[in-house]
Design a protein around this ligand. Sequence first.
Ligand code: PLP
Length: 447
Amino acid sequence: IDTEITAAQEIIRDNQDHTLFSWSKQKGIDPIAVKRAEGVYLYDYDGKRYIDFSSGLMNVNIGHGNQRITDAVVRQMQEVAYVTPSCVTKARGDLGKKLAEICPGDLNKAFFTLCGATSIENAIKLARLYTGRHKIISRYQSYHGSTYGVMSAGGDPRKIPADAQQAPNFVHIDIPYAYRWPYGKETLLSDSVAQLERLIAYEGPGNIAAMLFEGESGTSGCFKYPEGYMKAVREICDKNGILLIIDEVMSGFGRTGQWFGFQNHSIVPDMVAMAKGLTCGYLPFGCLMVTDKIAAKYDDAMLPLGLTYSAHPVCCAAALETLQIYEDDKLIENTIAMGKYVDEQVELLKQKHPSIGDWRNTGLLGCIELVKNRDTKEPMAPFNAKPDEMKVMNKVAAKIKELGMYTFVRWNFIFIAPPLCVTKEQIDEGLAIISEAIKIADESIGE
Ligand code: PLP
């Protein structure tokens, strides 16, 4: 009866009755009803605290509840909340200048968007217009968003239910995934580069507008590009007149210990798609950064891109303040230090837990891969597992939640990507929860 349910249960019920949930069966889900959030913690309506070990969806890099963003947003709202993209504001100009400063090379011009998908949709469109070519090469398993173009560019199996309507002219290549590369790790780099070169030859280099890769892999399992791979990709692009679009939506803004993930590979892309950590979820926002060379094409020709909310002043103000917080709070330095600490601690967990097959991490973008058997590497849940195939992983995920953690659990992956302001003590707290939950997976081995 209504009067007997808690405040949290009532909120959950209203949400379930009247709103739809992404990527889920609508029945049987058990969301956290979040009342407030601060730093690395979420608090529900019943007062339970959860440590957020995936920074929301790997976007709340500066942590939750930062008053500086609220103040910046209020200030901008009071001055001017909205102008059309054909007008300008100080916040827009300042933000463009700041992004040009933190981006290497001649990535100097920003087209402001609404989210990750709209940044990449516009990158694809611009690459095709700029080159006059039509094909885009990207990776199987990558995720670039859920609208049709970027869904088609992506290789994430979440597109499979809708792939009858895929957009044309997207070509995919396998991921250089060291842990599961069938031909041996020694030749991973040469094999994967040769595979890419073959693909380009098969597809016709003159028809390929761009390659689209994540700066570092995220939801596909934080696998690492083999050393030298991204440099080879850059060279192959240059040799064939192909543009290189790097998706920094998840790996950008300090997450991997650099402003951008591609900086770990000493390359400069032609376009960089950004979102998430640009405003850390305080407001939805995105940006497509392009080189002077690409921008110059439109000096005397119409740029055929547009969004009603492009360069929204309040989002620009939030982003500017966010970027300042990364610097003032030395969050990139902290990411490097805490990333090393997580690596050391997970190494210890590996000794304790036979179900940990692999651990991959760059900065604070990491993922534990659970297996049933370390020799055969049989995953604890199969690739693209349906909820009822997630048996043990569902129990591990439920235990993680019960013990007071929110994190992203997918198939046999547990993500470790806390806000970049995380401390050693908080990492210990989170890893203790994961360690406790993983016992369920350990115990299932041999069952
Ligand atoms: N690109 C990457 C690498 C992502 O991880 C995501 C979202 O998770 C996107 C693009 C899509 O971003 P959005 O959900 O803001 O459209």
